[in-house]
Design a protein around this ligand. Structure first.
Ligand SMILES: [Zn+2]
Length: 149
């Protein structure tokens, strides 16, 4: 999923689960579930786009995700501590953060390489537009359900 998608999932987990011992593993697991779901993200078609464009788009994806998360908390879950939200966003994105040194900068450290290989084993790409439309639909549904229940 996009960094934005992972951020929204981390945000919802933070808003609903105040106990970090439960919330952290759930946030990490949400990353895997979200990437199994067929999706578009900034690394889709990396060979065609080139590394530089992937890095630039990923940066904007990251910033947009943080702004969107802040908006969700501000409007829907204002009682949630935003530092806790940021922490769970990091947990939800952690597998992507771990592979960045290997994926973008060819740093061959075993943990970074493992994160890349591990993610490659379950990641399902689906190109635009459906890879974006279904991602947005699922996230909107999750936010609505989290607000109702
Ligand atoms: Zn991922």
């Amino acid at each position: 999923m996009t960094a934005t998608g992972h951020a929204v999932l981390g945000t919802i987990i933070a808003a609903k689960i105040g106990n970090p011992i439960l919330a952290i593993p759930l946030a990490v697991a949400s990353h895997i579930a979200a990437d199994i779901f067929p999706h578009w993200d900034t690394a889709t078609n990396r060979d065609k786009k080139g590394k530089k464009r992937v890095i630039i788009e990923s940066f904007f994806d990251l910033i947009f995700g943080l702004l969107l998360s802040y908006t969700i908390i501000f409007l829907l879950f204002p009682q949630t501590n935003f530092l806790y939200v940021l922490f769970l966003i990091l947990a939800a994105q952690s597998l992507d953060w771990l592979m960045i040194p290997y994926y973008f900068f060819n740093i061959n450290f075993p943990l970074f390489k493992w994160a890349y290989k591990f993610q490659k084993s379950f990641n399902h790409d689906l190109d635009k537009p459906w890879g974006i439309i279904n991602q947005v639909a699922v996230l909107v549904l999750i936010v609505i359900l989290a607000k109702i229940f």
